[in-house]
Ligand binder design. Structure first.
Ligand code: SAH
Ligand code: SF4
Ligand code: F3S
Length: 437
């Protein structure tokens, strides 16, 4: 089983793996040589991600030649967009499913065996896929919970609304029950997932609508949950109600991932993002007021069609003004079927790469400064497991999403502890244990 793309896709891969175990007794393996069923959960957000699918399928074909009874299923966003075309390019594939039909994979596999024909179902059924998935099991002290699916924003460069369908929120009680079940199994940190979690509109048992701020309040009241993260949120619906949660809910971590995409209003309009750079900065200013020291991460697209040197300088200026702590930044990739793919684009690729490198260097420098400012701080961290650096060291995550390694005994794994930050590295911190919880 291999998963590409965003955390939503990783989440789907995990849930599908549980379903296949319960329904058809498959055990997950990453070893192609021993697999009876190969599942590739694909991503089409950028060209590079999409290319991966067909090169992987070529390799898997060679294995299938030796073992013709092996089954191959392709899901995710490439499958959703390509549907039957996957079978035209790779007729050795057995099942093609989409992000909203993954609960049907066991049936599709049975149907493939019964009929001898490949099966394709990339529809967006009305029914909730969650009703057909097994109760999630905790693996350690952190867990992801999908709260809404799809996206209705239609940014001009993006495939997601076409591959995942329109925004649908899970009912409030379903989300809360799932989190309470995870908390009962020892989960302390929950990450709420969705393309735009702040577009959450869940129905309450009374038939009213619960917004994201209300959901955050309820999640904060679940016993055992000590930390709440979420990803991704959209500046357009980042309401004052959500910002206010940072004042009253200490379980909400001091870290927000809030994609801005560009600092130029002209480019933001062409992207159809629905806000200006000033509006974005206003959200950040209010967030910093509600939660001093909050860390802000973002996504930026460099070299959108028509982005001039001046537009890019505005992005650099925004980066300085906000002081981003991390970013996923990429060069624009024209995606077939999206309006931006048809826009004239005369900026040479090398210029775009230079811009990207400047941008990333600026954000890395901010991140380094923020890390250095943490030196000597006492940080309450969640211990995730043994550190990669070796014997006797543990790995934990700080509130602002940094990995800290420190010497400690394995009994501390999955617990909250307090460490003092003693070392700063480019991608992690070093510390010493001060107090167990
Ligand atoms: N829903 C989130 C982002 C989802 S996609 C949001 O709106 O903020 C993750 C990131 O991929 C986006 O934030 C964007 O920066 C990047 N991305 C999406 N389409 C892209 C494209 N065509 N080219 C380059 N990057 C893209
Ligand atoms: Fe894509 Fe825009 Fe939706 Fe994010 S909000 S998933 S970038 S269409
Ligand atoms: Fe990729 Fe689809 Fe996620 S395109 S980023 S897997 S929503």
């Amino acid at each position: 089983m291999r998963s590409f793309g965003c955390q939503m896709n990783d989440y789907d891969t995990g849930r599908l793996s549980d379903l296949l175990r319960d329904a058809q007794s498959y055990e997950r393996t990453e070893n192609l040589e021993e697999a009876d069923l190969v599942v590739i959960n694909t991503c089409s957000i950028r060209e590079k991600a999409q290319e991966k699918v067909f090169s992987d399928l070529g390799r898997i074909r060679e294995v299938k030649k030796e073992r013709p009874e092996m089954r191959i299923a392709v899901g995710g966003c490439v499958a959703s967009q390509e549907g039957e075309n996957i079978l035209k390019r790779a007729p050795w594939v057995d099942v093609v499913f989409g992000p909203q039909t993954l609960h049907r994979v066991p049936e599709l596999l049975d149907e493939r065996t019964r009929t001898g024909r490949a099966q394709v179902d990339v529809s967006f059924p009305e029914i909730e896929k969650f009703d057909h998935l097994p109760t999630p099991e905790a693996h350690g002290a952190t867990a992801f919970v999908s709260i809404m699916e799809g996206c209705s924003k239609y940014c001009s460069y993006c495939v997601v609304p076409y591959t995942r369908g329109e925004e649908i929120s899970r009912p409030l009680v379903d989300v809360l029950v799932e989190i309470a079940q995870l908390a009962d199994q020892g989960v302390k940190e929950v990450t709420l997932l969705g393309q735009n979690v702040n577009a959450y509109r869940g129905v309450t048992p009374e038939g009213d609508t619960a917004d994201f701020a209300l959901l955050l309040d309820y999640v904060g009241q679940i016993d055992g949950i000590e930390r709440i993260r979420y990803t991704t949120s959209h500046p357009r619906e980042f309401t004052q109600r959500i910002i206010d949660c940072y004042e009253r809910n200490p379980k909400l971590v001091s870290h927000v991932h809030l994609p801005v995409q560009s600092g130029s209003d002209r480019v933001l309009a062409a992207m159809k993002r629905g806000y200006t750079a000033l509006e974005y900065k206003s959200i950040v200013r209010r967030l910093k007021k509600a939660r001093p020291g909050i860390s802000i991460a973002t996504d930026i697209i460099v070299g959108f069609p028509g982005e001039t040197a001046e537009d890019f300088e505005e992005t650099m200026k925004l980066v300085e003004d906000v002081g981003f702590d991390a970013s996923f930044s990429f060069v624009f990739s024209p995606r077939p079927g999206t309006p931006a793919a048809r826009l004239p684009d005369d900026t040479p690729y090398e210029v775009k790469i230079e811009r990207l490198q400047r941008l990333q260097a600026a954000i890395d420098a901010h991140a380094q400064r923020i890390s250095e400012s943490m030196l000597g701080n006492l940080e309450r961290v969640l211990v995730l497991g043994p550190a990669r650096r070796g014997e006797g060291y543990l790995m934990a995550r700080t509130d602002n999403n940094r990995i800290v390694n420190f010497p400690g005994s394995p009994e501390l794994i999955n617990r909250m502890v307090t460490v003092r930050i003693t070392e700063v590295y480019p991608h992690s911190l070093g510390g010493e244990l001060v107090q167990e919880d």
